[in-house]
Ligand binder design. Structure first.
Ligand code: BGC
Length: 919
């Protein structure tokens, strides 16, 4: 039997990692069951963990069908020698019975700051055969106590902008200034064992050691409510240091801390004085230690980066570039730094992935729209920056501007960027080819306009660097319909463009906020493209930090002042997102961690509701945002979402073993449901407003009894039919529209909607060139052109929530219960598609389906990860109609049971790859 391509990739990756660590490689694949993909806190080889009892996880792979783990043993050691001789001097779990492979809580000796932990695992299979030890994996602890921070906050305030520095009269004065460069030198007198740089900033910091950028991360330390909490990252820099003289430095930009953030041309949202805090910890081979902390002995100046801002862009004067991060640089003319910060936040290790370049995109075409004005088309809307490669004269200024769309005359369309200048400038040093990319800004764009060149550029003049939080790809979808493939791609790219440390609404205009409504609408689709567990672990703390005193969740997190009242469907992200992470990954710690704040939110909702269940007279609600002439009453949305959150709380309480709470929240759900029916469901079953979204909410939140469900289902379909088989839903309804249709057995209607290319539909935007998901169904129409530039993003993921339906119904991959431990495989093809290939890398390993239709035969190849089971649903009326790898299905290894409810066959299978064919 074949293992899948993805499984092989996972094994190869695991083996490569083992080889890199110098032990254990090459052994795993021979046994019946082998552990691979070792992770700590759901990150591979993670540096700087500050969970004192971190969670370990792995996957098991097997070439045999129906394999599972029956026991495991973890060894954690403080040195490679100990681990190589099978000594868990930090933790030896012993043999533990069970099939758990995730959330294994470290249970060994107390870990100390900076500790390096090496670990491996072995597993016992279903017959009690033990595997070899896995290759080694590693993690290191962060700085666990406040007192471990010897570094001071430092900065250089001289350059703070006083007044206008931008000449563009369309904009009120923009105040920008060069970000400071900060440096010091130090001696390394002895042989180094290990060196770690812990770095943070109130602002953004790029760290340099001996002339080299320390890491490929962007925008360190990410966005938090800096008045409360700031993250740091730990970098292993052992190889970057040398015996003798060394130099360490950083460029410190304003970033989210004090740069322009969101609308209203507003900067300094957290403070006016960016700060850097870092310490380089050197452990010598002789057991001694040195710490090089930021402090008053550092020096500051400005450099070649002459301005840097997320919204406005970045400028670089190459004539000013110096080797200031090298040892021996003459810094006598540099200035003393200032110490101390405006805020005193908690320092914590960043629990999520860093922002990094995930793709380099070469332009597809280039046009000269006016003399000297060149426009590059990347063929893909993305978030990131452009790398410029030019030969210029000293002092020659080259300007880059960015846009998602073109105006009819072919020039870039920038009105929808609002007050985001999105302009980068480069001043040439002269004398050869120069390459530059900004580091402290990003733009949302498909087109780059370049001016200031002396001759026509080539396609190689520009390379787009697509940025995103470095979540691991988890999904792949391809079918015989090119439009659907584009749709899947559009959701993927829009997710990438908006997962920039937090889940933002858009990457281009002066907004880019962690909008709660958008996040909860899209999160389940997000899990199917990327492994977002650690990403949301981080953001959900931002959500708690932004919760209002009275328990209400905000509109966005981190919250912008005055925006603390999220309102229905936005605030509820505080409950829906932790639940979704649990559902997808089985993560109970995330539920425990946020349980109290979620409970406070439910209390808040109860207290302000009339009779504890129905909406108060006045409340804020965005409604079914951006629907098409089908506005759902806000009262309906309020009540439906309150019910939804109460019900999820009940489920979470049950998962956490809080039986009384579970009863209490379930009871609350029932009360809200009853009130919903009394208040909004008419005797004929019509829901107040009679909108698609109203029915979708009632159906997907289980607010109706069986009879009324049937009526609602019918009314939903009638509404769609009335609109010429078109949807009319906004953010709130689109989340579950397709899923609700699947749920009522009307995937035939869902297929109509997804094949549409007339307005409003997903296909409409694609027919008009969309390479990303638009904020609005009518972002551009042939009749009206562009929508209102005040709110018209071409990279907003909410409507991309449809990707969940695609994976679950076209690919037929669903989790049956939490974390894909039991999987339901049930593709529901329509007549138009001839094949579909879908992959989802679950927390237990890759799940794949490949189905095709030929001459009345339906073929389904499916891969189920080891240690999980699945129910496979096939269209067949009798056992003789199904073959598996050419043999009668009932003789196939791994097939444990068969049932025939009417025209479907339900096969219970163990892990493995199966090749089914129905006649
Ligand atoms: C954002 C949204 C957000 C909405 C609130 C917009 O400006 O871009 O995505 O959810 O406001 O209604």
């Amino acid at each position: 039997m074949q293992t899948s391509k993805t499984t092989n990739a996972a094994i190869l990756a695991a083996l490569a990692f083992a080889a890199a660590l110098g032990a254990g490689a090459g052994r795993a694949a021979a046994e019946p069951l082998s552990p691979v993909t070792l992770r700590c806190e759901y990150l591979v080889n993670s540096s700087g963990i500050d969970e004192r009892a971190p969670r370990l996880s792995w996957q098991v792979v097997s070439k045999e069908r129906d394999q599972r783990q029956t026991a495991w043993q973890v060894l954690v050691a403080g040195s490679e020698t100990a681990l190589a001789s099978d000594q868990g001097d930090l933790w030896d779990s012993g043999k533990v019975a069970g099939d758990d492979t995730t959330a294994i809580v470290y249970g060994g000796r107390a870990l100390v700051s900076g500790q390096k932990c090496l670990w491996k695992v072995r597993v016992w299979d279903k017959d009690g055969v033990v595997s070899d030890w896995s290759g080694p994996a590693a993690w290191s602890m962060g700085l666990l106590d406040k007192k471990d921070w010897r570094a001071q906050w430092i900065g250089y305030d001289k350059m703070r902008p006083a007044e206008a520095s931008h000449a563009d009269t369309n904009h009120p004065p923009i105040r920008l200034a060069p970000p400071p460069c900060l440096r010091t030198e130090f001696d390394v007198p002895k042989k180094i064992q290990r060196a770690t740089l812990y770095g943070s900033a109130l602002g953004l910091a790029d760290f340099y050691l001996n002339g080299q950028l320390v890491s490929e991360d962007w925008f360190t330390p990410g966005w938090t409510d800096y008045t409360n909490r700031v993250h740091y990252r730990a970098y292993d820099v052992t190889k970057r240091l040398r015996q003798g003289r060394n130099a360490v430095g950083a460029i410190l930009a304003d970033g989210w801390y004090s740069g322009y953030v969101a609308w209203g041309q507003t900067r300094d949202r957290y403070g006016k004085k960016p700060r850097l805090r870092a310490q380089l910890q050197i452990d010598y081979a002789d057991g001694s230690q040195d710490i090089i902390p930021t402090g008053p002995e550092w020096k500051a100046a400005t450099g070649a980066v002459t301005s840097a801002d997320f919204l406005m862009g970045e400028s670089f004067d190459a004539r000013l570039a110096r080797n200031w991060t090298q040892p021996g640089f003459d810094d006598r003319g540099w200035n003393p730094v200032v110490t101390g910060a405006e805020v005193d936040p908690l320092m914590q290790a960043h629990p999520g992935p860093p922002v990094q370049v995930f793709a380099e995109v070469q332009p597809k075409s280039l046009t000269q729209v006016r003399p000297g004005v060149y426009v590059f088309d990347l063929g893909q809307n993305l978030a990131g920056v452009a790398r410029l490669k030019v030969k210029g004269e000293p002092g020659q200024k080259i300007t880059l501007r960015f846009a998602e769309r073109l105006s009819p005359d072919g020039s870039i369309y920038t009105n929808n960027l609002r007050k985001a200048m999105a302009t980068d400038t480069y001043i040439c040093r002269g004398g050869g080819t120069e390459t530059w990319e900004p580091r402290f800004t990003y733009h949302g764009f498909q087109y780059v306009e370049v001016t200031g060149l002396k001759k026509r550029p080539s396609l190689r003049t520009i390379t787009a660097l697509a940025l995103s939080s470095a979540t691991t790809d988890a999904g792949r979808f391809e079918c015989s319909d090119l439009m659907l493939n584009r749709l899947a791609q559009n959701t993927y790219w829009t997710q990438r463009a908006n997962f920039i440390d937090i889940p933002t609404d858009c990457p281009q205009r002066d907004e880019r906020l962690g909008w709660m409504g958008d996040a909860q609408v899209y999160i389940r689709a997000a899990t199917l493209h990327e492994d977002v567990q650690a990403f949301f672990t981080k953001w959900l703390v931002d959500v708690d930090d932004s919760q209002r005193q009275d328990g209400q969740y905000p509109k966005m997190a981190p919250v912008i002042k005055g925006e603390g009242d999220g309102g229905p469907a936005w605030a509820d992200a505080g409950v829906i997102c932790p639940w979704t992470i649990y559902e997808t990954y089985g993560d109970t710690r995330i539920l425990e961690k946020h349980y109290q704040s979620m409970a406070r939110f439910i209390e808040f909702c109860k207290n302000r509701s009339s009779g504890g269940v129905l909406p108060p007279e006045k409340f804020h609600c965005y409604g079914d945002w951006l629907n098409i002439n089908d506005d759902t009453p806000k009262t309906v949305i309020y009540t439906a979402y309150f019910a939804c959150s109460a019900r999820l709380m009940g489920r979470m309480a049950a998962v956490l073993g809080k039986a009384n709470d579970a009863v209490m929240y379930n009871d609350l759900f029932e009360k809200i449901k009853a009130a919903f029916n009394r208040a909004y469901v008419g005797p004929d079953g019509r829901i107040t407003g009679d909108t698609q979204t109203g029915y979708v909410l009632a159906l997907s939140f289980d607010l109706l009894d069986a009879d009324r469900q049937k009526v609602a289902a019918q009314l939903l379909v009638e509404n769609i039919q009335k609109r010429g088989w078109h949807l009319s839903t906004g953010f709130v309804g689109t989340k579950s529209l397709m899923l609700a249709l699947a749920g009522i057995g009307r995937n035939d209607v869902a297929w109509r909607l997804i094949h549409n290319d007339t307005f409003p539909s997903w296909g409409f935007s694609i027919r008009h060139g969309a390479t990303s998901i638009w904020e609005r169904w009518d972002g551009w129409t042939p009749e009206k052109g562009f929508q209102d530039p005040k709110m018209n993003s071409f990279a907003h993921y909410s409507f991309g929530a449809v990707y969940q339906w695609m994976v679950e119904n076209i690919g037929g991959i669903r989790s049956d219960g939490p974390a894909y431990k039991h999987i339901l495989i049930a593709p529901q093809p329509d007549d138009k598609l001839t094949f579909a290939d879908t992959t989802y890398d679950s927390i237990h390993g890759p799940i794949e389906t490949h189905w095709s239709k030929k001459g009345g035969h339906f073929r389904l190849k499916v891969t189920i990860p080891a240690n999980t089971t699945a129910t496979v649903v096939l269209p067949a009326t009798g056992v003789s109609e199904i073959l598996e790898s050419g043999r009668p299905v009932e003789t196939a290894p791994g097939v444990r049971g068969l049932q025939w409810p009417r025209t479907l066959a339900l096969l219970e299978v163990g892990s493995g790859t199966y090749d089914f064919e129905t006649k």
